[in-house]
Design a protein around this ligand. Sequence first.
Ligand SMILES: *Cc1c(COP(=O)(O)O)cnc(C)c1O
Length: 392
Amino acid sequence: MSDRPDDICPRPDFSPLPQGTQPTSPPIHLASVYRCEEPEQARAILAGEQAGYVYSRDGHPNADQLAAKCRELHGAARAAICGSGMSALSAALLALVRQGDHLVVSNQLYGQSAHLLTNEAARLGIESTVVDTCDLSATVAAFRPRTKLVVVETITNPLLRVCDVRALAELAHSKGAKLLVDNTFAGPTVCRPIELGADLVLESLTKFMSGHSDVLLGLLCGREEAFERVPGVIRAWGLTGGPFDCWLALRGLSTLAVRAERACHNALQLAGHLATRKLAAVHYPGLPSHQDHEVARRQFLGQFGTTVTFTLEGGLEAARRFILAAKDIPFCPSLGDVSTTLSHPASTSHRRLPAAKREKLGIFDGTIRLSVGIESIEAIVRSLDEGLAARS
Ligand SMILES: *Cc1c(COP(=O)(O)O)cnc(C)c1O
């Protein structure tokens, strides 16, 4: 046998750490495959009869650790991690409905979610009805005999509408359908939809849950009955998230409670401040003037989220001036970072909506969405006032 160096693939040393030595941070298991001891063990693990790992698309320790934490945060029976919020939505769709079934979909969903649940679903023979789910009687009318799934968001983008999750869950169940709530804009410190009757909860962990704009992941959690097909769908359609992202997200979750407390407090203060300025509109569910404030108070856990939206008079030109002058608030069409960012829905998330339809919802060229961070409130107000001073 040759022992030239290029005949040998160097394998790392797997000897365990010295006894009594415990790392305080979990290891990152980047391995895509695990060594099996013998055929029966491999078979039993792959069949789900025995704990363990074989191939990381089927599951890996970092995803399981993150899923366990999220399950606990939501009081869910089951949880799974997917490679993005959109892949978590795909998993829910593929697990719960089939050709010929029908969806009832909120008219204010995240753009890609709306596209997936209408156009992409239609290609698979799954029809959908888009409706204002804050209007309960309109939602009742949207049901069909084969309605299997209702999809809403806890707090919508960018007008921060809040629908009545408890009432929608009761309605869905009375019709033999399930309720899926996208809780991305709230997170489990603001709202736990499963406690309100939702069957499945989806979150883009990319946003506030991870909190540092350096991860792309999604969460799907829920009740046992709704989850039956989910793990198999994630494996078959290849929707698993990667170990390093899971590790980063779990690290982000360790500060979730303090980040949420600070950012939600900042958002409330900021909304109050904006309400005193000359603006066409200010939206925040924590303000008594918000149309869904009562529902939000009833179903939220004492916080109202980290997003504040307002509309400048003066349309696109005013928005442009504001964005250029508020130079300490980066224009980033995402949300949930530790630092405050802003977005301009008319040119980003809602650019595909015809202006008339967009304005009917209440989203104008002068509408700005703030994702409020954990800086001092004085610093945020200062940056914002710099922008407002330049608007005309
Ligand atoms: C970002 C987002 C998604 C999609 O999540 P990704 O992680 O970007 O795939 C879904 N729903 C809402 C409300 C979002 O904000």
